[in-house]
Design a protein around this ligand. Structure first.
Ligand code: ADP
Ligand code: MG
Length: 155
């Protein structure tokens, strides 16, 4: 199963992210695919709200990773590997967050770490038909992400 969602503006993207964030229980992995400016980080801002993160999410494009605390001891680990040529040490850190059932791992530009990505992941593909509209295609590859996708389909 795949899901298609049309988004009209930035606020709607955040609202969709918030709905997704509310469904997360810990241990999920989300891969965000889309060009620069597609709205990947904007979506994460919404997800963080849904996870009860009080801190403002900032793009990890320079720091590569940022970590936030949310509700119920859930940790949000947000990565952006755009500038990462060699996965190196990040691959080990990523393996740890993926293996932690309290952590939600979200990755932008996963190309450098493609071998480390879990099969059970929600892949969120964002394209930008116009300046303000976005099209989201969601696909998945395992039990946790299957459950999540089914819940998203019912929103
Ligand atoms: P990415 O992380 O994919 O590079 P960002 O979320 O950082 O993208 O930036 C998205 C940009 O597009 C922001 O400047 C935002 O204001 C703008 N934007 C316009 N419409 C939308 C929309 N519907 N959803 C998300 N971002 C939007
Ligand atoms: Mg970004």
């Amino acid at each position: 199963m795949m899901i298609f969602i049309k988004i009209d503006n930035e606020d709607d993207m955040k609202t969709f992210g918030e709905s997704l964030g509310k469904l997360l229980q810990g241990g999920e992995f989300i891969e965000l695919i889309g060009d620069v400016g597609a709205g990947k980080t904007t979506l994460v801002k919404g997800i963080a709200v849904g996870l009860g993160v009080e801190e403002q999410v900032q793009s990890p494009s320079f720091t590569i990773s940022r970590v936030y605390n949310g509700r119920n001891n859930i940790v949000l680990a947000h990565y952006d590997f755009y500038r990462l040529k060699d996965a190196g040490i990040m691959e080990n850190e990523l393996k740890e967050t993926i293996g932690d059932s309290n952590t939600i791992t979200i990755v932008e530009w996963s190309g450098a770490v493609v071998k480390t990505l879990p099969i059970d992941r929600l892949s969120v593909n964002i394209t930008s038909p116009t300046e303000d509209s976005r099209e989201i295609v969601i696909d998945h590859g395992g039990d946790l992400s299957d459950k999540l996708e089914k819940q998203l389909g019912l929103l």
